[in-house]
Design a protein around this ligand. Structure first.
Ligand code: GZL
Length: 307
């Protein structure tokens, strides 16, 4: 249907006439798969048409998808920006076409926040701070340096930038905790495994691996076991997401702690789209609820885990 943007006089459309274009980062992790499934299910449930594209973690593919949605004159565009920078041009094109944009999951660094109606997703700095708080407690009695390897998410992505920032801020409280190496594993299992294999060789005394997501932590487990060491014991592992495979590794003692990052954004995204359609103003920033898990909490939570 025609854009139901700011420029249009037309009132709310019936939901079954709404068309939403969604540009997804890719399918790099268990989190991403769960996020896609949840969003598609929520729109199915609401009876709102969702056009969906997977960018294989490439920004140019997301920009192409957004341009295509503008051409198709969808009513709302939603996307999870793979990296923070480089969006102003295409977001200004959407604005000029009168098509409202919703950010989900990750942030953009645009100074002009008129370029999007709402940003729905976690506070990644808080996630990093929660991870740091666990590390502080876990190694509180250390009398000598605690060597930490950090497996970073996709370079330039908001979760990678913010999770590193929050973690560094908190562990600064104990100078014994030292990040001796930090490298991107691009949020994938394969990336986590490759980087850990390399960094174990150059940092044989590592005590803790802090991975920005479960998938890279699961890759690290493979590398640690291939090196003849025991993950969770010889080298502790701390991750973020709490997807099923990560929670299983936590229950098995191969990961020591997980900070949750909820991928279940679908229902809230539908609510934002319905508000925009009704001519209401959604909240500019909606932060998702999420917890954190130790081993016994993971064992307890696993049976009911949706993702
Ligand atoms: C976080 C999301 C991150 C997950 C990763 O909201 O952007 O991207 O932590 C995913 O698993 O790849």
């Amino acid at each position: 249907g025609c854009a139901n943007g700011a420029g249009e006089a037309s009132g709310p459309k019936p939901l079954d006439e709404l068309v939403v274009g969604f540009s997804q980062v890719g399918s790099e992790s268990g989190w991403r798969t769960a996020n896609t499934k949840d969003i598609q299910a929520a729109f199915e449930e609401a009876g709102i048409e969702l056009k969906f594209s997977d960018a294989q973690q490439k920004q140019e593919n997301q920009i192409k998808a957004i341009r295509s949605y503008i051409q198709q004159q969808v009513d709302v565009i939603a996307f999870s920006p793979v990296v923070e920078t480089g969006w102003d041009a295409v977001l200004n094109e959407a604005k000029a076409a009168g098509i409202p944009v919703v950010l989900t999951d990750r942030a953009v660094d645009s100074k002009d926040d008129s370029l999007y109606e709402s940003f729905l997703g976690s506070d990644f700095v808080v996630e990093g701070e929660k991870a740091g708080a666990w590390a502080l407690a876990e190694f509180a009695d250390a009398t000598e340096p605690v060597e930490i390897i950090q497996l970073e998410g996709t370079t330039g992505a908001a979760p990678a930038i913010d999770r590193a920032e929050g973690f560094a801020e908190v562990i600064a409280e104990n100078p014994n905790l030292q990040v001796v190496a930090s490298q991107t594993g691009d949020f994938t299992r394969a990336g986590g495994k490759q980087v850990t294999e390399a960094l174990l060789k150059s940092n044989p005394g590592v005590d803790l691996i802090y991975a920005h997501n479960d998938d890279m932590g699961l890759g690290a487990i493979e590398a640690i076991e291939a090196a003849g060491l025991v993950p969770g014991v010889d080298i502790k592992i701390l991750t973020i997401d709490a997807v099923k495979d990560g929670m299983q590794a936590l229950a098995d003692g191969k990961i020591n702690y997980i900070v949750e990052c909820s991928p279940l954004l679908g229902k809230q995204l539908v609510e934002i789209v319905e508000q925009i359609n009704a001519g209401e103003t959604p909240e500019k920033r909606i932060i998702t609820e999420e917890g954190e898990f130790n081993q016994e909490q993971a064992i307890e939570a696993l049976p009911d885990r949706q993702y």
